[in-house]
Design a protein around this ligand. Sequence first.
Ligand SMILES: C[C@](O)(C(=O)O)[C@H](CC(=O)O)C(=O)O
Ligand SMILES: [Mg+2]
Length: 301
Amino acid sequence: MLGATATAHERRVRFRELLAEDAIAQFPGAINPINAQLIEQEGFEGVYISGGAFSAAQGLPDIGLTTLTEVADHGRAIARVTNLPTFIDADTGWGEAMNVARTVQEFEDAGLSGMHLEDQVNPKRCGHLDGKEVVSRAEMVKRVSAAVKGRRDDAFVISARTDARAGEGLQAAIDRAKAYVDAGADLIFPEAMRDLGEFETFANAVGAPILANMTEFGKSELFTTQQLADAGVSMVIYPVTTLRIAMGAIKRGLATIRSEGTQASLVEGMQTRADLYDTIDYNAYNDFDASIFNFSQEGHQ
Ligand SMILES: C[C@](O)(C(=O)O)[C@H](CC(=O)O)C(=O)O
Ligand SMILES: [Mg+2]
């Protein structure tokens, strides 16, 4: 009730344990807090918080227009309702070295468990679009070092993402990732790998856990957890999946209401009131202080 019972530090430690385990950890994207509760109740290991999904939800393209404050507030709202580790998209870090250190601290204060920082120039692009540009390796090493130095809880996971595969090739991307690990990155995010073999080559070369980004309509095929685990991948994110599911359902539902003049035919596919209340643990609020308040659910279906 009301929020997570595990502390932020405990959830960060859990994140590190997941990365150290043989089994692959699945982090679906949460577009809002109740989505994170559903992810936890479905038994997933962690929650991903996507910059692309957040900007899209604001009606904006994913080109770095959302501010650190907006993203930290969004992350905080999600982190406070789940006991799972939460992993947030830090884009390019909202500036250079000193700003990146500030970003880490804002995310720590928001109770998040880790973040990924990428080596793109600003304005950035979705990693699966053409025409991306990256900063120099030295510049990104500065960003990663600043993130590590800014961290006050050693358990907070700092992941370095390289977008260099597209423009510089696989080997250059691996060389960059190794430099980012040397600078203190805990986890490598190799963006837009072309096939399973590339994930495997990466995992074997970098000497740190790697994650796979299973975003739809991108450059990577949608591999199963088994395929990714066999390739040596430690965790997988489904960053924009829940947004796409929800938006698809909303779009079809709105068209139905418009054409049929009622939502009646949609009710069967909806989350019921009872299921919604279970998800947010409404009963616990009733039990909390029944002698003072009684948020009665009587009369609802
Ligand atoms: C992972 C990602 O950074 C995100 O913001 O979720 C995006 C996902 C996407 O746009 O499909 C990415 O750049 O891959
Ligand atoms: Mg992103």
